[in-house]
Ligand binder design. Structure first.
Ligand code: SF4
Length: 169
């Protein structure tokens, strides 16, 4: 499957290829979009605020702040396992209601492109100078998906305003 910026969400979910090995969930946790919080909170019969306090932590990427599931870290380790990973059974305890990010994430060869798709859809803010500047660095390190280069996403004048002279900063 060739993933581009315009690949529909339904296709991303359909081709999600999680083998439920639990490996990713030992070292990181899924992003939770703002619009997914009410349903998750409802499943746990909690208010949104209580759900956030118990199960989520803030996470910022491309200068956009969202939430992800809390990670249970050992000591000062920067990463830990997802709070919803059952380590005895090596299973996600909320598999049926897991959020989009968990549904599309995979450790097969599509994994990196799936993450890029999610980042450009949900973290890049083309109206925000710092988000665009961070994405400029991101796309120097990782080739953007088809349709997701900054030249394709941001009008020329705005791009010049946001990242012109960035090399000299
Ligand atoms: S919610 Fe489930 S699939 Fe998502 S990171 Fe946590 S354990 Fe893994």
């Amino acid at each position: 499957m060739l993933i581009s910026k315009n690949t529909p969400k339904s296709e991303m979910i359909k081709h999600g290829n999680c083998k439920t090995c639990g490996h990713c969930c030992y070292f990181t946790s899924g992003i939770v979009l703002d619009e997914e919080i009410p349903q998750l909170a409802n499943e746990f019969k909690l208010s949104e605020e209580d759900f956030k306090t118990r199960y989520l932590e803030e996470f910022t990427k491309l200068n956009t702040q969202k939430h992800r599931f809390k990670q249970l870290r050992q000591g000062s380790a920067p990463h830990g396992r997802c709070i919803f990973l059952n380590v005895e059974e090596n299973k996600c305890t909320i598999h049926k209601i897991r959020p989009l990010h968990c549904k599309i994430s995979t450790c097969d060869h599509h994994g990196e492109d799936a993450q890029k798709w999610f980042d450009v859809k949900h973290f890049l803010n083309t109206e925000d100078r710092n988000s665009v500047r961070e994405y400029a660095i991101y796309t120097k390190l990782k080739e953007p998906l088809p349709g997701a280069s900054l030249e394709e996403l941001v009008p020329k004048e705005k791009l010049e305003e946001f990242i012109g002279g960035m090399e000299n900063d």
